[in-house]
Design a protein around this ligand. Structure first.
Ligand code: NAD
Length: 322
């Protein structure tokens, strides 16, 4: 693999895949993007649409391909599969997306690909575990976008409520990218000040705001996708920005700390599972995981979230020998 190639393959040229491709072009991050889709016409059309803007922006080679296009990519991003219908949970997509992911991972491996596999298709934690299992790659090279999007949603929500820039809010949503995710409130800071302390300092804000905010933030993050899907059918801009950030951290070895979904061994006595927790992301993928001193309530929430994912991984494992 040539680390200077800056080539990314995206499997699934739907709303999410095509918007990720566009995001990578606008960032000026990659030299080559391959779009692969069972609907070849869609992949061709999305490539053409992006290419036609090139004279007015960054020049990147963007084209539709079959799986051979993955062979020399540094990163392959999986976005193919069914998406949520209004009101449907991510985990309800499992049956439909397991077989799609299985066949796609097989085709990617057959191309000789030996880079980083980044899973976006939902339910992302379970499919990350599946892709890892099928690929035989080490844990650092197969991971999911996890709660990077949920964390961005948390930061944008809190920025509005605290009346500061979202860039100055830090903190992480962890666990499942789904209904059991939660903000690890003890990690949340505003300009480096723990959020409780920050709100206490602000005499112009309601004194009871802190008590309300944690619960409101959790609900906001959990409900965000449902609200958007109800309004416009799918979510794609913020996830594309999240994936663009992950790809940038890999290709530029930026070592950003991002809550991607990774396969963990022996967490809480579970031999293998996958969930989101902040990790340093660099050119080899996951460089290392951070460790936080979560409070008892956060530990309990994380445990419940991981148990939920693990139970669903177990259901997939039962079908693996079919
Ligand atoms: P979409 O329907 O617009 O696109 C899906 C694409 O996958 C289609 O173009 C389809 O032809 C293609 N496809 C289906 N089966 C295929 C196969 N076997 N091989 C190759 N291509 C195949 O859906 P979307 O809105 O782009 O969403 C894609 C996925 O991303 C969904 O599972 C959705 O839930 C997920 N998603 C994840 C996050 C996240 O944070 N992880 C955020 C948003 C969406």
């Amino acid at each position: 693999m040539n680390p200077k190639k800056n080539k990314v393959a995206i499997v699934g040229a739907g709303s999410v895949g095509a918007t990720i491709a566009y995001n990578l072009v606008v960032r000026g991050l990659v030299n080559e993007i391959v779009l692969i889709d069972v609907n070849r016409d869609k992949a061709e059309a999305e490539s053409q649409d992006i290419l036609q803007g090139m004279p007015l922006g960054k020049s990147v080679s963007v084209y539709a391909s079959d799986y051979d296009g993955c062979a020399d990519a540094e990163i392959v991003i999986l976005t193919a599969g069914a998406k949520q219908k209004p009101g449907e949970t991510r985990v309800e997509l499992l049956d439909r997306n397991v077989s799609i992911t299985r066949s796609i991972v097989g085709s990617i491996l057959a191309s000789g690909f030996a880079g980083i596999l980044l899973v976006v298709t939902n339910p992302v934690d379970i499919l990350t575990h599946l892709a890892w299992k099928l690929s035989g790659f080490p844990e650092n090279r197969v991971f999911g976008s996890g709660t990077v999007l949920d964390t961005a949603r948390l930061r944008s929500f809190l920025a509005t409520r605290c009346e500061v820039s979202p860039q100055n809010i830090h903190g992480y949503v962890i666990g499942e990218h789904g209904n059991t995710s939660f903000p690890a409130w003890s990690t949340v800071t505003v300009g480096g000040v723990p959020i409780k302390q920050y709100l206490a300092m602000r005499n112009d804000l309601a004194p009871e705001l802190h008590e309300r905010l944690r619960e409101e933030a959790k609900i906001y993050v959990r409900e965000a996708a449902y609200a958007i899907i109800k309004g416009k059918g799918s979510t794609f801009y913020a996830i594309a920005q999240a994936v663009g950030t992950i790809v940038e951290s890999i290709l530029r070895d930026e070592r950003r700390i991002l809550p991607v979904s990774t396969v963990r061994r022996n967490f809480n006595g579970i031999p293998e599972t996958a969930f989101s927790y902040p990790a340093v992301i660099g050119s080899n993928g996951v460089v290392h995981q951070l460790e936080y001193r979560l409070n008892d309530e956060e530990e309990r929430e994380l445990s419940e979230s991981v148990d939920f994912i693990t139970a669903n991984i177990g259901k997939v494992a039962l079908t693996l020998n079919d």
